[in-house]
Design a protein around this ligand. Sequence first.
Ligand code: SDX
Length: 446
Amino acid sequence: MNPTKPATDLSSESASKTTRDTLSITDNRTGQQIEIPIKHDTIRAIDLRPIKVKPDDFGLMGYDPAFTNTASCQSKITYIDGDKGILRYRGYSIEELAEKSTYIETAYLLLHGELPTKSQLADWSYHVTHHTFIHESIKKFIDGFHYDAHPMGMMISTVAALSAFYPDSKDIFNPESRRKQTYRLIGKMPTLAAFAYRHSLGMPFVYPDNDLSYCGNFLNMLFRTTEAKYRPNPTLERALDILFILHADHEQNCSSTAMRLVGSSHVDPYCATAAATAALYGPLHGGANEAVLRMLVEIGSIQNVPAYIKSVKAGEKLLMGFGHRVYKNYDPRARIVKNIAYEVFDVMGINPLIEIALECERIALEDEYFVKRKLYPNVDFYTGLIYQSMGFPMTMFPVLFAIPRTSGWIAQWEEMLLDPEQKISRPRQVYLGSDLRGYIPLDNRK
Ligand code: SDX
């Protein structure tokens, strides 16, 4: 402290030191010191490259398997605070959107950044509704599958097939083309899903009914039989609409990352969406809702829950529907889903597996193994109970995740395409393999 200088100067000096948004790094191998900028609590990995031992070294990299501490992009679409259990689409809380919005309006919000005006919503809804039909030839793809083919395999195949039916979709930097593919993808995913479901039952396909809402029409294509006009049950229609809102986007999850990564090669959006759907299929991601139901059926009764929890704590199994890479608190979506469950049960009858699910949650929320690891129910824990009560087979559960997530995937894809900092994704590696070695003729190999 310099006594002649008034404290303020020193404090301004010390203040200037503390307010410099930089990271000072010393390489103890060489004594090299560099200072790199910090912005948004992040450093750019490329700023590490000047740190070298020898001048011709490649330079320092960050190593981050599964990207647990790596930001792949800057985004304005979805915000999650995992510790506080906060989820917002374009700044609007998931709780408010689930209560006051519709899926088709939320899809507009994710894609355009603002809630639509009445005329914008009417125009948006009109175009999505008038893109629900699929080319008749696609029915031949669906008919080619066995009746018991998993509908996610069918979805991945038929979404990718759309690429061949819409070659104009390759014009990805034309906003009009992107808009048209967006209408088509959001409009056709429910049709592809419903046709896959009807194929599994050996029932005729039901064509879209443009008088119905997005979810009402989906229920129509799934469940209509001999009636001239399908009337969706309003409770089920609204429950599905809220579930679709909850599943619409979730920032840089595995499938959105697949959408961005595959899209970064400038392939058309149908192929990128097929890749994202494939990523979602995995039991650690969107396939978890199906895995939860299979787990609850395997447990079979409340009496068997302690034994199952014991096998989880022994590391033999996972408690499916629990845990999350980001949420270290209750997934805000799981809370909303749990409430919807009882509204559906009022209409369809209570799902007996709910008791086993509640017992799993009760034990897990008290048990040190789960508390220490901050394992809470995620969005997939209760959704399957609702879908089963609505009449869906377990194999359709991940499909019910992929349909609404399509709007989030497209929003992420378009943001990536228009981000001047983004280009084809091509990570580096840490090579630990063999050094150069000579070829050994076959007769000389041991
Ligand atoms: C979704 O990313 C997203 O946003 C995804 C999603 C979205 O909307 O897009 O939210 C949707 O995919 C939800 C997650 C659905 N998956 C499941 O419910 C499957 C079960 N959950 C786990 O597989 C796991 O929790 C993950 C995959 C969800 C997260 O895994 P992480 O972040 O890699 O955590 P981890 O595997 O490093 O686990 C940390 C510890 C480990 O124990 P230790 O090695 O420290 O002893 O917690 C344990 C894990 O074994 N653990 C579990 C567990 N999840 C983690 N133990 C038992 N049961 C579980 N479910």
